[in-house]
Each structure stands twice: as structure tokens, then as C-alpha cells.
Write a protein that binds this ligand. Structure first.
Ligand code: DX5
Ligand code: ZN
Length: 225
């Protein structure tokens, strides 16, 4: 996987048909998705529950490209090996999920995955300043995590601050929450390269009618061009 800052759209399967993840992943990739974003929630760190490493392993063979696993769980460390074994390319943990994010990031890289750190809207960029040489991705939450379809919270200034902090390191900036053709250009212009979008990609489409997925992905991409 070579590094670049080109725009990447990462549909979140939180908005997909939960009874049909394999076909949904294949459909969004066929319709132009760059990465597939997989939201893991534990009902403890966030007020919602999705699925765990077994489901990630089941989905993996249906994804040709990057599988981007966003862990909204606490604790994180006991489960890192299982998500790496499931075939996650990126494993992202929240800086708020425990007292030892540095150890968590070491463990993610040690398990052979790329390491991401996510920041809730209430967490300042400075919270990850000491971690820049330990991460491959910084995820800026633009909603409070837990649910799809929420309203975008403007974190443009934080994105710009992180972009400066990253400098010439090979670290992606990912935006997660409320991304639409209206909000995407704000964060893209501030320095983000990976845009997660759940409801804005899946709306109007289905596995049997996947063309709207492509229209929705192109609408976000074109808005940033
Ligand atoms: C929020 C998740 C996001 C979210 C994105 O807790 O981490 O990935 O589902 O969904 P939309 O794009 O609908 O805000
Ligand atoms: Zn997410």
C-alpha cells in the first residue's frame, strides 16, 4: 500500500444492510469506493453495539481494497490481535478509550496492521501531538460517535492544526461523521484525504440497485474537485 494524499472515499457499512455485508462491500467497491470503513461499537465506549472481529473476518474476503476498522470500544488492547487476524489493514483506536494510547498504537503496529488514532469532537488536536511518529492515520470525528446520519460538527480548524502537526510524515487525515457533498470540501481543503461517509453514500441504493451508491460517491468527489 503506497502512501498518497489523493482523495479517498470510505463508505461506512454502518449504513449498509446488516444482513448482507458481503454483497454490500462488493457493491460499494464496484461503484467507486476507495476504502471500506467498518465501525465496531461496544455499547460501553459508545451508546450503540454493532459487531466484532468475527464479522470483520467474514467481511474481509468481500473487500478487494483497504479494510479500515474503526474501534469505538474500551478497552481496546485485548482485541487488537483478533482484529488484525481478521484482516484489518487499518485499526483505529480512540485517544479517549483508555490511559495508554501509546501502548495501544505500539500493539496495533506490532500485530501487523497500520495504526490509527481517533479524536472525539471535544478532544483537542494537542491530545495526539506526542503520537505523530506512531500513527499512519488520524481520524477526526465530526459527530459524537455511536450513530450514523448525524449532523456534521465543523472541525475544520482542528483538521488544519493536525495537518501542520503531521508535516511531511506519511499520515492520513480521515474525517468521520456527517460527510456530504456540502461538508466534504471544507475538510478536504483543510487537509483531509480520507472521507468516511455512511448515510450520504448508501441513501437511495441497495445491493439490487447499486447505481445510486456510485452517484453518491461521485457527488462527494466532484464537490471536492
Ligand atoms: C459514527 C461512525 C461513522 C458514521 C458515519 O459513530 O464512526 O463512521 O457511521 O456515518 P454518517 O456518514 O452517516 O455520519
Ligand atoms: Zn467510523
Amino acid at each position: 500500500m503506497s502512501f498518497d494524499r489523493s482523495l479517498k472515499i470510505a463508505p461506512s457499512i454502518l449504513s449498509a444492510d446488516f444482513a448482507n455485508f458481503g454483497a454490500e462491500c462488493e457493491a460499494i467497491e464496484a461503484q467507486g469506493a476507495d476504502w471500506v470503513h467498518v465501525d465496531v461499537m461496544d455499547g460501553h465506549f459508545v451508546p450503540n453495539i454493532t459487531f466484532g472481529p468475527t464479522t470483520c473476518a467474514a467481511i474481509r474476503p468481500h473487500i478487494k481494497g483497504v479494510m479500515d476498522v474503526h474501534l469505538m470500544i474500551a478497552p481496546v488492547d485485548p482485541y487488537i490481535e483478533a482484529f488484525a487476524q481478521a484482516g484489518a489493514d487499518f485499526i483505529t483506536a480512540h485517544v479517549e478509550a483508555g490511559p495508554h494510547i501509546h501502548r495501544t498504537l505500539q500493539a496495533i503496529r506490532g500485530a501487523g496492521a497500520k495504526a490509527g488514532v481517533a479524536l472525539n469532537p471535544g478532544t483537542p488536536a494537542s491530545a495526539v501531538a506526542e503520537l505523530m511518529d506512531m500513527v499512519d492515520l488520524v481520524c477526526v470525528m465530526t459527530v459524537n460517535p455511536g450513530f450514523g446520519g448525524q449532523k456534521f460538527i465543523d472541525m475544520t480548524a482542528k483538521v488544519a492544526e493536525l495537518r501542520a502537526m503531521i508535516g511531511d510524515r506519511d499520515v492520513h487525515i480521515e474525517i468521520d461523521g456527517g460527510v456530504t457533498p456540502d461538508t466534504a470540501p471544507l475538510v478536504r481543503n483543510a487537509g483531509a484525504d480520507v472521507l468516511v461517509a455512511g448515510s450520504a453514500v448508501f441513501k437511495g441504493g441497495s445491493v439490487s440497485n447499486p447505481a445510486p451508491y456510485g452517484d453518491n460517491i461521485r457527488a462527494i468527489r466532484n464537490a471536492c474537485a
